[in-house]
Design a protein around this ligand. Sequence first.
Ligand SMILES: [Mg+2]
Length: 185
Amino acid sequence: MKISGVFLDRDGVLNPHIPGGYLLSADELVVLPGVARAVRRLNDVGLLVIVISNQQGVGKGLMTMDDLIAIERRMEEALAQEAGARIDRCYYSTELASANSPRRKPGPGMLLEAARDFGLSLAETVFAGDSPTDIQAGHAAGVGATVLLLSGGTASYAAGDMTPAPDHVFPALPDAVDWILEHLA
Ligand SMILES: [Mg+2]
């Protein structure tokens, strides 16, 4: 498969999923094991690495946009320090779910926006996330492959659990990166 870019959900993929809550402060950020090295491996083969994240906590007034950007900066520092890894850009939907924004996952809006910004053909991208809404958003955008990771809010997966079904399921991001690197055309 020709792959030019990899979209990653944030919570449950790069940092731990917080059940029923939000990562509100950079001081609480933890990067999951092996993630920095995995991102570095994507960087090293020239794939764009783009984060696509719903952050309704801003819309709810639980945190500010500055808090969200501070978390992003801390993530960048952590990835760089641990493995010299780099994220090319982060996209957030801070709208409330009730606003039904097409940007908010399961809508495809952020993926379409990122593809436009970077001149990516969506068929040449992979979207990896830990929840059904990630798979739905990827499917709606027409990404080349959707990947469910079991490192966050979804602990297990069996056929029929999700509609649409993910194209691939892996324990965590490093396993997905192994697959991506083995299947680059
Ligand atoms: Mg998530």
